[in-house]
Design a protein around this ligand. Structure first.
Ligand code: NDP
Length: 425
């Protein structure tokens, strides 16, 4: 049992995060070393290990300053620009926090300015983001680490509301999970966690992709279809998340997890610097997709979207109103808890068929790198990582549902046998 009474430890136990805080940044660097313009890992037709890049610098004061200007510039915009307000869920202390939601406005301003000054007036060299990618990554890692130290230290202040998972008494675990639930600055007006979750990292991700497209455009005079597809697919995801900013207030990250290294590093370094691996690869190794290959990529994306949206909408409609004519025909299992579990339609095929759809979309994000990219692994990093994330998340939800539904959950599992992939897993 943990010193704080916790019995259940994730992430390889109470001391596991002591390794993860070094291992995850190492993965970010490995992706750069594993594939860059000088050499790239290759699995076939012949196996080739990459050599350590000679012309890549991993730190510069310039990149550090640009990173800090970006973070604090976006923070300033968040403070000064107006935005609708929304209340979060009821906290363990019975209170609710108010959030200012202007992520989409800041996205429009910054991304719009980058598009205009980069591609129309040509006063801004967005390719700088490609040229200084490794240095910017180091800046993001240093900054998120420093932020995590601040978050950990400040969580000991009197009256801080602590997360149930992150106050175990094991320093490495608590540093990783985050002790304080909703750390705030400026007299409670600035929510650090919600800001980091959506603003600098997500918008930064879209901008880095745009920088890759700009680099290719300046170097070759055009942007390939493959680069365009990666940019559009991922941009759609970012825009959707920012447009629906209010939805984040009910997610586990905001309601349950504390703010520590896991989220700070994840939001500020992992998302913008690993999810852009495919676009970065396409600058170094441009892929020219045939019309048939383009249709295939679009088809995979649409298939994933149809499953993802179909399954999520079916469940949302059913949970909102089971008598809705669009879902009233579905077969269900009545449970002692009072709620029903759907056992036909999308939810009769696998217990998390929505994750499968989400993963297929992730595959489509990587497919523009083609077979050559598949042999290089790095551009397909996102779908490899996402598969492990969804498998882990499915186990977490399964655990929670077994606690919620008891033996009804076993009945449900006997009726719907597959976890994520019908007939396979
Ligand atoms: P789900 O949307 O799958 O919700 C799980 C909950 O749905 C269960 O706890 C249960 O809650 C209810 N449920 C489960 N089975 C049934 C059923 N047969 N009938 C009715 N209700 C059921 O999980 P998430 O919140 O994890 O995921 C939401 C979306 O976000 C997914 O599409 C996922 O792919 C995506 N996602 C994306 C991530 C990313 O990084 N891009 C990360 C994780 C998720 P109850 O019974 O209490 O209603």
């Amino acid at each position: 049992m943990g010193k704080g009474g916790t019995t259940h430890f994730e992430f390889f136990g109470p001391h596991g995060p002591a390794v993860l805080v070094f291992a995850l940044p190492a993965v970010c660097y490995a992706l750069i070393i594993g594939c860059n313009k000088e050499s790239c890992l290759q699995l076939w037709p012949e196996f080739k290990l990459p050599s350590f890049p000679q012309n890549v610098s991993f730190y510069s004061n310039e990149a550090m300053l640009v990173y800090l200007a970006w973070f604090f510039g976006v923070a300033l915009l968040h403070v000064i620009l107006p935005g609708p307000k929304a209340e979060g869920v009821v906290l363990p202390n019975g209170k609710r926090l108010t959030y200012k939601l202007n992520a989409f406005r800041i996205f429009l301003l910054t991304y719009g300015a980058a598009l205009y000054f980069g591609f129309v007036s040509r006063q801004l060299d967005l390719g700088w983001l490609y040229d200084n990618f490794a240095q910017l990554l180091t800046a993001a890692i240093l900054f998120s680490s420093a932020l995590s130290v601040y978050l950990y230290a400040s969580s000991f202040k009197k009256g801080a509301l602590l997360s149930g998972h992150g106050a175990t008494g094991y320093p490495a675990y608590d540093f990783w999970m985050g002790r304080e639930l909703n750390p705030r600055l400026l007299g409670g007006a600035f929510d650090l966690k919600e800001f980091c979750e959506l603003y600098p990292g997500m918008i930064g991700w879209a901008l880095i992709n745009l920088g890759m497209a700009h680099k290719q455009w300046v170097a070759t005079g055009s942007v390939t279809t493959s680069m365009l597809l990666v940019n559009v697919f991922q941009l759609y995801y970012v825009v959707d998340a920012l447009w629906c900013e209010k939805a984040i207030l009910t997610t586990m990250d905001i309601t349950t997890d504390g703010f520590g290294f896991m989220l700070a590093f994840g939001d500020l370094a992992w998302v913008p610097f690993t999810f852009t691996s495919c676009a970065r690869y396409l600058v170094d190794y441009p892929q020219h997709l045939s019309p048939a290959a383009t249709c295939l990529v679009l088809g995979v994306k649409l298939l994933g979207y149809a499953i993802f949206r179909g399954a999520n909408s079916q469940k949302d409609m059913f949970r909102a109103n089971p008598a809705d004519p669009r879902v009233a025909h579905l077969k269900t299992l009545k449970t002692e808890r009072g709620t029903q579990l759907i056992i036909s339609g999308w939810w009769g095929t696998a217990r998390h068929i929505n994750y499968f759809g989400d993963w297929i979309m992730g595959v489509a994000w990587c497919m523009p790198a083609g077979l050559q990219g598949l042999a290089a692994v790095v551009p397909y990093f996102y779908c490899i990582y996402f598969a492990s994330l969804l498998i882990h998340r499915e186990r977490r939800d399964e655990h929670a549902c077994r606690l919620k539904y008891g033996k009804d959950w076993d009945k449900y599992c006997a009726l719907v046998r597959y976890r994520i992939v019908p007939y396979l897993y």
